[in-house]
Design a protein around this ligand. Sequence first.
Ligand code: BG6
Length: 496
Amino acid sequence: MTSKIIPVQPFDAVIFGGTGDLAERKLLPALYHRERDGQISDPTRFIGASRSKMSDQDYRTFALNALNEHIGKDELENDVVENFLSRLHYVAIDATADNGWDALKSLLGSANDESEVIRYFYLAVGPSLFGNIAERLDRFGLISPNARLVMEKPIGRDLGSATELNDLVGQHFREDQIYRIDHYLGKETVQNLLALRFANALYEPLWNSAHIDHVQITVAETVGLESRVGYYDRAGALRDMVQNHLLQLLCLVAMEPPASAEADTIRDEKLKVLRALLPIDAGNVQKLTVRGQYKAGASAGGAVKGYLEELDGGKSNTETFVAIRAEIQNWRWAGVPFYLRTGKRMAQRVSEIVINFKPVPHSIFQTNAGRPVSNQLVIRLQPNEGVKQWIMIKDPGPGGMRLRHVPLDMSFAEAFNVRSPDAYERLLLDVVRGNQTLFMRRDEVEAAWKWVDPILQSWEETSQKVKNYRAGTWGPSASIALIERDGHTWHEAEEE
Ligand code: BG6
């Protein structure tokens, strides 16, 4: 397979929070990879902006350390690194005051010219600064006609705060200039889900309640708090992972076929799914949701502390695990459960979507042939991206008719021998391309909060406590009970 690398138009990317964790771990390495693949054209510049005083040279050293830390040695090429570093600049800027904005303006140049250079502002900072930054970008005349604004999550902590944030930035940027990142949408296999569903005639006729028994979406992590105590304890797994990543995956699985791959056509369909979710409230929250919190155990190859110990012995009812039985109330999906689960410090790092088809209506085989097992489509997002379609075959060789459940296995790394790009690599350049397909529109974010808010409120109202689970397991036993009540079991992820 030949990979097609098409350079993008030159751009100036201003990264607010340019010395922060996201810039260091994800954004700078992602831009380097795109540089290495020859996708960045001159005179593109990457401009770090944050409060600390630093020279361009200091910022280049910071970036070099980030590359050394987060990129494999075999992928670091001297001339590419040099070229990449030469694009870096730095401006010390205060988001909450007027210092530094003139310097940014003189670096970027006039906002009104017919510049071919796309300008984008990446908000890799806490949401409390979004409004301040958008207002100053506007007041200092930095928003060129082709400017874009990229927002990182969390976009609010409930519907009210999300609406307020969207209103704030909306005073300065049009909706078509705003790119709300959900990095799960940039993952290779997530896009493959679109190809699988809509570039094959095979699945779509079966993609409904007549043929699909239930769907499972699991995003399990082995990491714990990772020095994000302050943020995480106020958020919890429902806000941190379900409101965005898991619901976005659910939308892509469940949406109607869009008429085209246009951003808004796809986003219209996703929105309809969010709006059709069965509301969860105080009446059904105990039955449909499980909250968990890890205690000490073993994860990622060693003994680890419990959540409360990570909080230095503090008290907390924040969930680090959540499982939900969701339903979509429309013709296609009526009665089909969508089980969602996500958690920190789980047995294994794995993200996958499992589509469980209905059993055959009648088996023609004798009982000693074995019972036909239902077909299953497993879409593995990470690690080891790939798709497995489990089918029944006759066990090869002599011995008569014996049925066997086997996967048609497509591991992408093995099949194509290509490096799977990090989600940010695609998303950072989609902003330049002006392609919003993999970004969340305002109404989607708000619709997701509209479904999540009553769950949060009902947890409070019904005082639903977190159930403990040992670090390194698959979550509290109540999560197993949640799915077993319907006669199903969680799909056992294969080991890496
Ligand atoms: C982030 C969450 O959005 O996604 C983190 O805030 C989580 O808590 C991360 O660890 C998971 O992303 P990935 O790409 O590592 O699966």
